[in-house]
Design a binder for this molecule. Structure first.
Ligand SMILES: [Zn+2]
Length: 267
């Protein structure tokens, strides 16, 4: 999983913040004892709301931009072994006793990934048939996922059990909630649940991705596919940049959950 794209966070029209902080509505407005404990949103919560609005869409954009910059830079770093991504992946798999995982081209919409169900590695064009520190780093990362499955890595098992369903279900859930919110706006609160779920999913993804990159660097070093400091440094840079996109996604989901929670409490 070397995803480098994110679904853009959406802030439905009519749910954006008022520019004027003084326009904040009191909470508990509708409850019977409202007059006894009327409260406004605190400056701290307002700051969090502003932060969520500003950072939620920005963080993944910055992280993805940095990944693409690293990708562009590390594609120029030639490797002494001369192997292309496909050859490197097959060699690392064979050296670890895995001979039943084919390596082929990836759908450009999906990108580089290891399919644990069909047990195959798919690589994009600039990885599959190219020889560079970037190509070998990405190929080794996907081999890292195959090794996780082979070793019964616990986090990978958990991730596999929920990942295929969470994103599809939460997307369908969000579409339904947004449609219903046109008729009954308070239902938007349910988005807190979906973004909290996505945040938990993002948290679950982090150790899986970190471990796959750790295995990749270890394998590239052990096998002698990367030898010079420049090659190793470039591979590490691109894997760190890819990892940061997952961190940014986790923070984005958290900020959106907080955003919709605070929106609800302001009512
Ligand atoms: Zn991955």
């Amino acid at each position: 999983m070397m995803s480098d794209s994110f679904s853009a966070p959406h802030f439905p029209q009519g749910f954006l913040l008022e520019d004027d902080p003084s326009a904040v509505r009191p909470i508990f407005q509708a409850c019977p004892g409202a007059g006894m404990h009327k409260k406004s949103i605190s400056p701290m919560n307002y700051a969090i709301l502003i932060l969520a609005l500003g950072c939620a869409p920005l963080l993944p954009l910055v992280a993805t931009g940095y990944f693409w910059y690293s990708r562009w830079k590390c594609r120029k770093v030639a490797v002494a072994c001369g192997l292309k991504g496909r050859e490197a992946a097959l060699r690392l798999l064979a050296e670890n006793g895995i001979n039943d995982v084919p390596v082929g081209p990836a759908n450009e919409m999906v990108g580089d990934h290891f399919d644990p169900k069909d047990r195959k590695i798919a690589l994009s064009a600039d990885v599959l048939d190219q020889s560079s520190a970037f190509a070998l780093a990405v190929a080794a990362h996907e081999v890292g996922h195959a090794l996780q499955q082979k070793d019964g890595y616990r986090w990978f098992g958990w991730w596999m059990a929920v990942a295929p369903y969470v994103h599809l279900l939460t997307f369908a859930f969000q579409v339904i909630v947004m449609a219903l919110a046109m008729f009954f706006p308070p239902i938007i609160f349910l988005l807190v649940i979906s973004y909290s779920l996505l945040f938990l999913m993002s948290i679950l993804t982090l150790p899986v991705e970190y471990d796959a990159s750790r295995r990749a660097l270890k394998e590239l070093d052990r096998s002698g596919l990367l030898t010079t400091p420049e090659e190793k440094s470039a591979a590490k840079t691109v894997l760190i940049a890819a990892g940061l996109t997952y961190v940014a996604k986790a923070i984005q989901d958290l900020l959106l959950a907080v955003y919709y929670a605070l929106r609800t409490f302001r009512r």
